[in-house]
Design a protein around this ligand. Structure first.
Ligand code: NAD
Ligand code: ZN
Length: 344
């Protein structure tokens, strides 16, 4: 369940009172420790003891070493199966905290309080948890639902602009794959800022939740959420390898542009629609220089994508604005042409 929190966090307090937890562990990174934890602690009313678990900020921390440290701390602090983990942070924290909680003692309860736009609209919803392995994103993980998701949009006020823009890419994606009206409203936004984006968060969350509700285990329609992510993830992985990190949403924006053109090359959408999509995404995102990445390195990564079976590359491609297919296999020639289209 997703709840938008009042200023006094009354719904969170009600939740904590209703359940009989033994202890609370709040997972933060250094930034959410500084900006969000004081707000949470200032409003949280509970007699339970709590401990703060802090990790360094950044995708590089989303690995097995961090998970191991957290499992060890939970063990040392004698967290039992009635302990609650509160994930207070962006997608790294909700992915990591969900993974650690869902595996510790075969699973303890956790809630997500997302603090980035990306985690509010996307990462905290849908029950996927995970960590990266080598330079592959989200290679190890679980399907596990948080007990609740609490959204407090005011957390976005301290978020850097680039992070806000990164999250906006997932919102655009939600409109493109499932709801033309949402897309049309988003592209009315001239200047990306908290005030212009917040009114659209609920609609975007609902799209994600609705898709997940229909297909939790990603057998069919949930795959549409991967639009922009097949090429986007490959580029994100290459950047990670080169220690030249880019934000997830920046990679997704790039991936959506290349994949919108790919959909046109595959005769799924009209040239006009592909142009509308591409021009609007470009209004918000600067050009990403992928000239260093060779086609064969990108396609090798595409083949390793978790979404593939039988060594074929599966895409989720738009069939119109607000419509998306999945398990679409593209010709290698068109994939390479879509990449060179982006490079130009
Ligand atoms: P993030 O968690 O790294 O947060 C981005 C940055 O913002 C960090 O430096 C963080 O410390 C800082 N921050 C967070 N909240 C803040 C606030 N309120 N004020 C100031 N600074 C703040 O990154 P993200 O973009 O939120 O999430 C990306 C991650 O989410 C990736 O690892 C991606 O794989 C994952 N993800 C998961 C799913 C899923 O379904 N599980 C979906 C999409 C993305
Ligand atoms: Zn994403």
């Amino acid at each position: 369940m997703i709840t938008i929190l009042n200023d006094n966090f009354s719904q969170l307090n009600e939740f904590l009172h209703q359940k009989s937890f033994s202890k609370i562990f709040i997972l933060v990174d250094e930034n959410t420790h500084e900006y969000c934890l004081p707000v949470l602690l200032g409003n949280m009313e509970t007699d339970l003891g709590f401990e703060i678990l802090e990790i360094e900020a950044g995708e590089e921390m989303k690995n097995i070493q961090t998970a191991n440290q957290l499992w060890e701390i939970l063990t040392e602090m004698q967290a039992d199966r009635k302990a609650l983990v509160i994930n207070l942070g962006g997608g790294v924290i909700t992915d990591m905290g969900g993974f650690v909680a869902s595996t510790y003692k075969r699973g303890i309860q956790f809630i997500n309080i997302p603090t980035t736009l990306l985690s509010m609209c996307d990462a905290s919803i849908g029950g996927k948890t995970g960590i990266d392995l080598m330079h592959y994103k989200n290679m190890v993980g679980t399907f596990a639902f948080p007990e609740q998701i609490f959204i407090y949009p005011k957390f976005l006020e301290t978020l850097p602009f680039k992070e806000l823009r990164s999250g906006f890419a997932e919102m655009l994606k939600h409109g493109l794959i499932a709801d033309k009206n949402h897309w049309d409203q988003l592209i009315q936004i001239r200047k990306l800022e908290v005030e212009t984006v917040v009114p659209h968060i609920q609609a975007s969350m609902n799209i994600k939740q609705n898709v997940v509700d229909q297909d939790f285990h990603e057998q069919n329609i949930r795959k549409t959420l991967n639009f922009g992510h097949t090429i986007g993830h490959a580029v994100e992985s290459l950047c990670l390898q080169q220690e030249n990190p880019i934000l997830h949403g920046e990679a997704v924006a790039m991936g959506m542009i290349a994949e919108a053109h790919l959909a046109y090359l595959e005769n799924l959408i009209s040239e006009e629609d592909s142009k509308i999509i591409i021009e609007n995404i470009q209004r918000y995102y600067p050009y990403l220089d992928i000239s260093d990445f060779k086609d064969e390195n990108i396609t090798a990564l595409l083949l390793n994508d978790k979404k593939n079976t039988d060594s074929k590359i599966n895409f989720s491609l738009l069939t119109g604005i607000g419509f998306c297919n999945y398990d679409h296999q593209c010709s290698q020639k068109n994939i390479i042409e879509a990449l060179s289209f982006y490079r130009k």
